[in-house]
Structure formats: structure tokens, C-alpha cells
Design a binder for this molecule. Structure first.
Ligand code: PRX
Length: 646
């Protein structure tokens, strides 16, 4: 039952978890994970119930993660079919278009069932079977959710590529998982502009010889170039198939999806999530962390192209029989009041967004927030990067009106679901900027550089000591990369790549990445990716990329570029290089600053000293550290002299 109109005090009594319950459940989850997860795994409908719960090892020479390994189930049946008897007519998805004048859609669980089954049957007719890979490159429209659930229904593995990625990035991901089919739309409207998705797919597949088929949703009706015999319109194919498709029986450890994410080295890796553990974890975290109750209208503003959209727009909420809102647009279109208008229009109870959006809206003042009735809101969430106290306070005062608990949720693509977060009924005195305490079954530790566990109030790197059901299982096609990325540096632990501080109360404060990954507007970007895009340009001889503090984006992309001999460093070239990176990777990778660097600071063995480049980008010239070991210390003075203003 929704308690949206209750007073703050009464609300607290109604939370799923209070302090005492948290402590008891957390202790149980750590002392006996088998019993704890054995019980909570039952929140799903299993075709064949599991008898084994946890079989996991973080040992470097034998990394292996299995949960509920002898159980079978189907994710789409758990997200749809099991709700039909009790809530067939309830809205599963509310869809809000980019253009506020377009009528929102309310898709019931019955309708979701029919559409998902149809898409599953269309995929089958296109030759997709269990274990095959399907790339989804879509706007934020209900068909994106149908596509995910249709894959899950027939046991195909989806790999969603964010619609903002370029044809090259898309092509690499299609090849990376050897996809049979790409599901896309003609165009994607966003912020009043349109991205030509189908044309991007055509370009991505230009040199492909494996005849990848394409299923195209008509979103705008704009013209697209058609590949005869390989392209199919969704609305035409849907007419030809039945609205019933029996769900495939899947093993708990069968892959559900692949999601490419940036790391500190090389090209993005395909994070693999499986079926039973992932869904158990997504569903349980969604219920408890957002204090989800029957009748709530839950809105996560992420895109399904990122893990947040997977776990907290589609899988977690639908597994819980929730009403989940999907928004096609951006926070500032047509104006900075859009988020709040949508909250008012649909009486949203839980609102989950990213600090970068809050900071962008903060800059527009309180007028746009005050213009909407936000009294339905009960819980606010934050994800993707550390939230600065100023943004936290603004969110709390202007959006939550000081009455809504804020859950600052720390997690990663790799973790499948939220690992560290306050729980709404457990917050006594909020700590702006702290993700506070681990969720059930999560064992965080703070390590020093040598991998020693640090006690009490301390800081270091954040690692996890034991597995949780939502954990990624492997890197697609490269298990050794999985092991070397996450388990090599600190033996016996999962290494998160983040730094953190633990305070005297045992609360965690995430301080940001300690590797060469930067967090731009809550999106992960490997500096190596931007560097390789830059050096692929004919004029560039060398490039080094670092993050630097950016008021809105959290971190901005700062590039040091050494040009080929004889190439003139002009403003026109600077613009061209910025556009080049944008075109190679996508708009999110567009450099904020490009500084010409006649030389880069290198050790005598040729290693670029990024520490120094970071300090220069931050305008912090007093703590450059020891530069005497550089092959040519004078390059540092030159870079400081050339420091381009952001
Ligand atoms: O650095 C952490 C940051 O985002 C990284 C994970 O990025 P991604 O895999 O793209 O997933 C983002 C959404 C789950 C983390 O390593 N991060 C995420 N949430 C927080 C955060 N940093 C601080 N506080 C958070 N709440």
C-alpha cells in the first residue's frame, strides 16, 4: 500500500527496514550467506527450485562465481507472467515522450506480456535462439523494454549499446559479441533533436560480412536507408506472429546480458550477468532501497543503455510488479522544469537520478522546481558519482522539501545492483556525500596499496571480500581479463577501482576512481579509449588524457596532444580534433579541453607520468611531486606555461 500522503513520522514506521531489522538481517547475511540467500532467492518463481545456493571463489588461481546453480527459471516470466493473475491490468510501464505534448502511454502487464511475446516470436522467426546474441540500440521507448524481455524470454543474450554511441563504437560491440540481430529504431528523439539510429546501424555494419539482421521500430517515421532481405520493420513483423510465446527454461547461471563498459586499459569489456542471482539481487535491492510499496510510481531517469537502466528501470521494478516510468527525454528540454513536471503529471513516489543532472538543474535556480507539485515524492536516489554536499542539500531542500530520505547508491556495471547505500528507514542523521552502509550480503573492506585490510576510521581502496548474487560472472569471451582486472592486484578480493574513506561510524564515503577511468556526467570513460581515438587522427602523434574537476559533469575530459612534425596547432584543428573524438566514440567522449603538448612528461623508460598531467589539468602546480626522474623535466614547465583555461 502506498503511504505517499502519510506524515514523515508515520512514513518511517512504514519502511520495510528499520535500524534493528537492518542490523539483524545484515548480521545473518554475513554469518550464513547460504541460509540468507537461500531464503531470499525464493522471491523469484523458479521452474526447478535450486538446492545449491552459493558456490563462489575469489582465489586468484580459481575465480568462479555461481549462485543457485542447479535452479532453473525465466527472467521474463518473473517480470511479467507471474503478475498477470493479480495485476494484469495494472500499469507496468508509463512512457513519457521527449516532447511533452505527445500523450504518455500506460502499458499494462497484460499488454507488456503480449508485446514481449510478439517480439520474442519475431526474433525466433529471424533465426534467434537460446544463447544467441542480440544488440539493442534504441531510444528510451517501451519497445526497448520489450526487446530486453523478449531476449530473456527465448534465452537470447542481449547487449544494449547506448544510443549516444557512434557507429564505430556500435560496430565494435556488435562484432565483440558476434550478434545475429540488431534491434533499433528509425530515429531517436532526444532533447528536441533526432539521432539517426538506423543510419548509424547501417554504417556500423558497412563492412560486416556476416549478414547481421536488423529489426527496426518506427519511432518518428523519418526515412531510413533499407538493406533488402536483412532489415525488418517491427510493426510489420508483429502482425505476422502470435502474442503468446512460452518462456524458455534457463539455468540460473545462463547469461542474461552483456554490457560493455570502459576500463583503465584497452577497449571496453563485455560485462556478463547471468539469470538467477542477478534477478534476485536486482529485485531485492529495488524493493528495500527504494522502499517500494504496492501502488508506488517509481521513476529512474537513467537510460537503458547503462546498467542503472537494466537493473532499476526494467528488471528490478518489473520483477517486483511495480509501475516503472520510462522517460525518453533530457532534464532540460523543453525547459529546466521537465523532471518536476513529469513527477507531478504521474505522481511519482520514488525518483532516482544522477548528481550531474542535479547540478545542471541547480544552475537554473529554484523557479523550475517550485513550479510543480512534488508532494507525491517519498524517496530520492542518487547514482553514478560522488554527490557533492551542495548538490545533496539542493536536492533535499528543493525536491524532497526536507521530507524525503535520500539514498546515495554506490555500485557499478560489474556489481549488477547497489552494494553500498543508506536504507530509507535507517537514516537517522543524513550524511550528505556518504553512501553509508553495505546492503545485505555485501562485505566491503578498505585496503592499503599492499592489499592489507585497514581497520576502523581509515582510507584506501574499496574492495569486496565475498561474492553477492548480482556480481558479474566473467568478461564476454575473455575470462582471464575478468580475473586480471578485478582479482589480480589484491589477491582474494574483488577490486572495485574506487577509492574510499570509512569514518568513525563505519560509514563509507566513495572518493572516486583510483585507476585511469574517468567519470563524466556519471558515465564511465576509459582515458585509453579517448587517447586511441585521438592518435587515430592523421595529425596527432601522441596523446594523454586525464580527468579534471568539472562543475556540472563531475569530471571533464582533458587531453594533452602532441602533433606530428610540421602540423600547425590552430584553433580550427583543436575544434576538428574535438569533433573527431565525438564522431569516433560518441558525444559523451567529446573532450572539454585540448591542450597542445610539444612534449609529454615521461620517465626514462618512456612511461607517461599521468600524476603530473592530472595536477596541471587541475591548475595545481605546487604539488607536482618529484619531477627529477623525468627524461626531460623541462616539458613540465612548458605544459604549465601553456595550460589552457577550461
Ligand atoms: O566510481 C564509481 C562511480 O561510478 C562507477 C561505476 O560506473 P558504472 O559502471 O558506469 O555504473 C554507474 C551506475 C551504477 C563506480 O566505480 N559511482 C557510482 N555510484 C556512485 C559512484 N561514486 C560515488 N558515489 C556513488 N553513489
Amino acid at each position: 500500500m502506498s503511504d505517499a500522503n502519510a506524515t514523515a513520522g508515520a512514513k518511517k514506521a512504514g519502511f520495510h527496514i528499520d535500524q534493528a531489522k537492518y542490523e539483524r538481517m545484515y548480521a545473518d547475511s554475513i554469518s550464513n550467506p547460504e541460509a540468507f540467500w537461500g531464503e531470499h532467492g525464493k522471491r523469484l518463481d523458479w521452474i526447478k527450485p535450486y538446492t545449491k545456493v552459493k558456490n563462489t571463489s575469489f582465489a586468484y588461481d580459481n575465480v568462479s562465481i555461481k549462485w543457485f546453480e542447479d535452479g532453473t527459471l525465466n527472467v521474463s516470466a518473473n517480470c511479467i507472467d507471474r503478475h498477470l493473475a493479480t495485476r494484469g491490468d495494472q500499469t507496468a510501464i508509463i512512457w513519457e515522450a521527449d516532447d511533452p505534448n505527445e500523450t504518455p502511454q500506460h502499458i499494462s502487464y497484460k499488454e507488456l506480456h503480449a508485446q514481449t511475446c510478439k517480439m520474442a516470436n519475431v526474433l525466433k522467426a529471424m533465426g534467434v535462439g537460446k544463447g544467441d546474441r542480440v544488440v539493442i540500440y534504441m531510444p528510451m521507448i517501451p519497445e526497448a523494454a520489450y526487446a530486453m524481455l523478449a531476449c530473456a524470454r527465448i534465452g537470447a543474450i542481449h547487449s544494449i549499446v547506448f544510443a549516444g554511441f557512434s557507429p564505430d563504437a556500435l560496430g565494435a560491440r556488435i562484432n565483440g559479441c558476434d550478434a545475429k540481430v540488431v534491434i533499433t529504431a528509425d530515429h531517436a528523439p532526444r532533447g528536441g533533436r533526432k539521432t539517426k539510429l538506423k543510419d548509424n546501424v547501417n554504417q556500423a555494419l558497412l563492412h560486416d560480412t556476416s549478414d547481421v539482421k536488423c529489426l527496426v521500430v518506427q519511432r518518428t517515421g523519418d526515412q531510413v536507408a533499407w538493406r533488402r532481405d536483412l532489415d525488418f520493420w517491427w510493426h510489420e513483423e508483429a502482425e505476422k506472429v502470435s502474442a503468446d510465446c512460452p518462456p524458455e527454461e534457463m539455468n540460473a547461471e545462463d547469461p542474461l546480458f552483456i554490457l560493455y563498459t570502459s576500463g583503465s586499459t584497452g577497449m571496453p569489456k563485455g560485462v556478463v550477468h547471468t539469470t538467477g542471482g542477478y534477478l534476485t539481487y536486482a529485485s531485492m535491492t529495488h524493493e528495500y532501497i527504494f522502499d517500494y510499496h504496492e501502488g508506488d510510481i517509481y521513476w529512474c531517469t537513467a537510460d537503458v543503455g547503462w546498467v542503472t537502466g537494466h537493473s532499476y528501470i526494467v528488471y528490478g521494478p518489473l520483477a517486483n510488479g511495480a509501475t516503472t516510468l520510462m522517460f525518453e527525454g533530457v532534464p532540460t528540454y523543453p525547459d529546466a522544469g521537465r523532471f518536476w513536471q513529469v513527477c507531478e503529471r504521474h505522481k511519482v513516489t520514488q525518483f532516482y537520478t544522477a548528481p550531474t543532472a542535479i547540478r545542471a538543474l541547480m544552475g537554473k535556480g529554484t523557479g523550475p522546481v517550485e513550479g510543480s507539485d512534488l508532494s507525491s515524492l517519498r524517496i530520492l536516489g542518487s547514482v553514478g558519482e560522488p554527490i557533492n554536499p551542495e548538490a545533496w542539500n539542493w536536492y533535499n531542500e528543493n525536491v524532497g522539501k526536507g521530507k524525503c530520505p535520500i539514498v546515495d547508491t554506490w555500485w557499478q556495471t560489474e556489481t549488477g545492483g547497489i552494494l553500498i547505500t543508506p536504507l530509507p528507514g535507517v537514516i537517522d542523521t543524513p550524511k550528505p556525500g556518504s553512501a553509508t552502509k553495505p546492503f545485505f550480503g555485501v562485505k566491503p573492506v578498505v585496503l592499503d596499496d599492499q592489499g592489507n585490510e585497514l581497520d576502523g576510521e581509515t582510507s584506501g581502496v574499496l574492495a569486496l571480500k565475498d561474492s553477492w548474487p548480482g556480481q558479474m560472472r566473467t568478461v564476454w569471451g575473455d575470462h582471464s581479463r575478468f580475473v586480471s582486472t578485478y582479482f589480480e592486484m589484491f589477491k582474494g578480493y574483488y577490486f572495485s577501482g574506487d577509492g574510499c574513506r570509512r569514518d568513525a561510524d563505519g560509514d563509507y564515503w566513495i572518493t572516486g576512481r583510483v585507476d585511469d577511468v574517468i567519470n563524466v556526467s556519471g558515465h564511465r570513460m576509459g582515458t585509453a579509449e579517448v587517447e586511441s581515438a585521438l592518435v587515430a587522427h592523421a595529425t596527432v602523434s601522441e596523446a594523454a588524457v586525464v580527468g579534471y574537476p568539472h562543475d556540472i559533469k563531475g569530471q571533464g575530459i582533458y587531453c594533452y596532444v602532441t602533433l606530428m612534425d610540421g602540423v600547425e596547432a590552430t584553433e580550427a584543428l583543436r575544434t576538428e580534433l574535438g569533433n573527431w573524438v565525438r564522431q569516433e566514440i560518441g558525444p559523451i567522449a567529446k573532450p572539454d579541453v585540448i591542450q597542445w603538448a610539444p612534449g609529454l612528461p615521461k620517465t626514462r623508460s618512456g612511461k607517461i607520468m599521468r600524476r603530473i598531467l592530472r595536477k596541471i589539468a587541475e591548475n595545481d602546480f605546487d604539488s607536482l611531486g618529484d619531477t627529477s626522474t623525468l627524461a626531460d623535466p623541462s616539458v613540465v614547465d612548458e605544459l604549465i606555461a601553456n595550460r589552457t583555461k577550461a
